[in-house]
Ligand binder design. Structure first.
Ligand SMILES: Nc1ncnc2c1ncn2[C@@H]1O[C@H](COP(=O)(O)OP(=O)(O)OP(=O)(O)O)[C@@H](O)[C@H]1O
Ligand SMILES: [Mg+2]
Length: 222
């Protein structure tokens, strides 16, 4: 087991968005989170990836292997996230003033695991693998949506995370680019043995994934 969440809840005022949810993510699997708009998919992804904390509940826990992530302080958590988790968002969220190569390098520079030149070589390899060898020095605005999303994938992989979280990663891509991005996820899963947790409205991706978590009315609808 890679990630294991027990009884996690989130409410905003009187609105109970998530009610004692249990989710497991195994090594080397692709899990899709699906459900109607407003069901709490993004909220769940943020809780699982520690970008947000759930409501305090003595029965709740979030384990990454043997570490209870709820025990970590915010500064420890950011370090943990940077070193173990990758993130891909709907609107890529690349930094506009930096080049593709720099955007990919940044999480690597922040995690002082390797020297900068090693990170840069790795970023170049990743971008080349994703067919972006001619775009290394382009800034995000000078790239297409599909290219920007592939840069975001490279950025998510730079620190070799065991788990990658994605929120509607293909939501802004046309059918062909969406399919290519999904193919890439399955290829990376196979090659690197990493896991993906993907919020998606895309039926084709949900069907291809190893498991589907359906959210409805704050609960998992199985
Ligand atoms: N910061 C917040 N304050 C108050 N309510 C919030 C907040 N964030 C989310 N919500 C509410 O929580 C519910 C779940 O939101 P969430 O973004 O998780 O839904 P979602 O399933 O991702 O929807 P979509 O498919 O439209 O992205 C919604 O009703 C939303 O209005
Ligand atoms: Mg959402």
């Amino acid at each position: 087991m890679l990630l294991s969440a027990r009884k996690i809840s989130k409410h905003y005022g009187a609105i109970q968005v998530l009610n004692k949810i249990d989710v497991d993510v195994y090594e080397n699997e692709i899990v899709s989170i699906v459900g109607p708009s407003g069901a709490g998919k993004t909220t769940l992804l943020h809780l699982l990836s520690t970008l947000d904390r759930p409501n305090v509940d003595p029965d709740s826990s979030l384990f990454f292997k043997s570490t209870n992530l709820f025990d970590l302080k915010d500064t420890q958590l950011s370090k943990f996230r940077n070193q173990n988790m990758g993130f891909i968002f709907q609107f890529h969220e690349l930094l506009p003033e930096f080049t593709a190569l720099e955007n990919v390098c940044i999480p690597g520079w922040l995690a002082p695991k390797h020297a900068n030149n090693i990170i840069e070589n790795k970023a170049m390899d990743l971008l080349k693998r994703l067919g972006l060898e001619d775009r290394l020095n382009h800034k995000p605005l000078a790239m297409s949506g599909g290219e920007q999303q592939r840069v975001a994938v490279a950025r998510a992989l730079i620190n070799d995370p065991k788990i990658i979280f994605a929120d509607e990663p293909s939501g802004n891509l046309d059918t062909e680019n969406a399919k290519q991005l999904h193919d890439l996820f399955f290829e990376l899963q196979k090659q690197r043995g990493c896991s993906f947790v993907i919020v998606t409205h895309n039926q084709e991706l949900a069907k291809r994934s190893n498991r589907i978590v359906r959210l409805k009315d704050g609960k998992i609808d199985s």
